[in-house]
Design a protein around this ligand. Structure first.
Ligand code: SF4
Length: 346
């Protein structure tokens, strides 16, 4: 079976209800509003590990009762000069290349459009995107995202990357993908060999729970790492899934074991239909306090919040400084007080 054939996925409420032995009606109600797809690979993980993975994948009626969520929580549409480009920051832009994902995560920020026909990206839209990026000299870094870029066939993905590489001012190309987590068999030596031709190329994966770090995920990351691709991970802090220091610690150690550098731990966005996943910022800060100084710095992500309305990413760090003046007073990771002379010798 090809890694992306119809049999690779469950896409109907009936198929999911049957596989998990649950009532179909709630699934149907949610599916009217939001798309549904679970890879058979991830289904298997749900069956082995239960709730933390179940909640990420299986539609829940809470998605329909969110009264505080925002449809376009990051204000992406207002930073979109052409349909498949989001240009919010000075030197970088997002290129949205696909509306497909191997799994439609229930907490997704782009829940409003992933998996829906109106987000489909055709050649004309991509050509318009390349044109915009080519005409905008300040952009040196492009993040290829979606949906999931690795859901495209390898030839089409190569056409996109080659087109970006042909733009002289684009230095770094990044791919944001959840496929190493949700459909790792899609990552093949052939895919890695293609990607290897376009360095400097970086990949940001997305793992949220240690149970997602499987031998298959490790193999996928090994193919990519051995193609010289630096791998990062963007994790979302999710209530009832990974909102404890012990789980996040285990995830971080597991990631560096498979050669993936934890990059961001995100406070969950305020996307409509995801309120039941959100923690308070204090939860994230207290997790960071248990990580910084206690866990190797290599494994420490930046905890950040993406400001609603397009304000951009704001790093969130526990407070260590207790007094700022000629002497800086602070506590260390154990809570012990220290000071440092905060002046220069003239
Ligand atoms: S893979 Fe990423 S873009 Fe796709 S549904 Fe999951 S979080 Fe959203």
């Amino acid at each position: 079976m090809s890694p992306i054939s119809a049999e690779t996925f469950l896409t109907t409420p009936e198929a999911v209800a049957q596989a998990l032995n649950i009532p179909v009606e709630p699934l149907r109600a949610v599916h009217v509003v939001y798309p549904l797809r679970i890879s058979t690979y991830y289904l298997n993980l749900i069956q082995q590990h239960g709730l933390p993975l179940w909640k990420q994948a299986v539609p829940d009626l809470s998605e329909l009762t969110d009264t505080v969520g925002l449809t376009d929580s990051l204000g992406e549409e207002s930073f979109s000069p052409v349909p498949c480009v989001v240009h919010k920051y000075p030197d970088r832009a997002l290129l949205l290349v696909s509306n497909q994902c191997a799994m439609y995560c229930r907490f997704c920020t782009r829940k409003r459009k992933v998996g829906k026909p109106e987000m489909a990206v055709d050649d004309a839209a991509l050509t318009q995107g390349f044109q915009y990026l080519s005409n905008t000299q300040c952009i040196s870094d492009v993040l290829i995202s979606g949906g999931d870029p690795l859901m495209l066939n390898t030839a089409r993905l190569e056409w996109i990357i080659r087109s970006l590489r042909a733009i002289p001012h684009i230095v770094t190309i990044r791919i944001g993908t959840r496929v190493p987590c949700t459909l790792p068999l899609r990552v093949t030596p052939k895919l890695a060999a293609m990607l290897k031709k376009y360095h400097p190329l970086y990949i940001n994966t997305h793992f949220n729970h240690p149970a997602e770090i499987t031998p298959e995920a490790q193999q996928a990351c090994t193919y990519l790492a051995e193609a010289g691709i630096p791998l990062g991970c963007q994790t979302v802090l999710l209530r009832g899934i990974n909102d404890s220091p012990a789980i996040i610690k285990e995830l971080l150690y597991s990631l560096i074991r498979i050669r993936v550098k934890p990059y961001y731990l995100f406070q969950a966005d305020q996307a409509k239909g995801t309120a039941h996943f959100r923690t308070t910022v204090d939860t994230g800060l207290s997790i960071m306090r248990e990580l910084i100084g206690h866990v190797t710095g290599m494994a420490i992500p930046t905890f950040a919040l993406d400001a609603p309305g397009g304000g951009g990413k704001i790093p969130l760090t526990p407070e260590y400084i207790t007094h700022k003046g000629d002497t800086l007073e602070f506590t260390n990771y154990k809570g012990e007080p220290y000071s440092y002379p905060n002046w220069i010798v003239s």
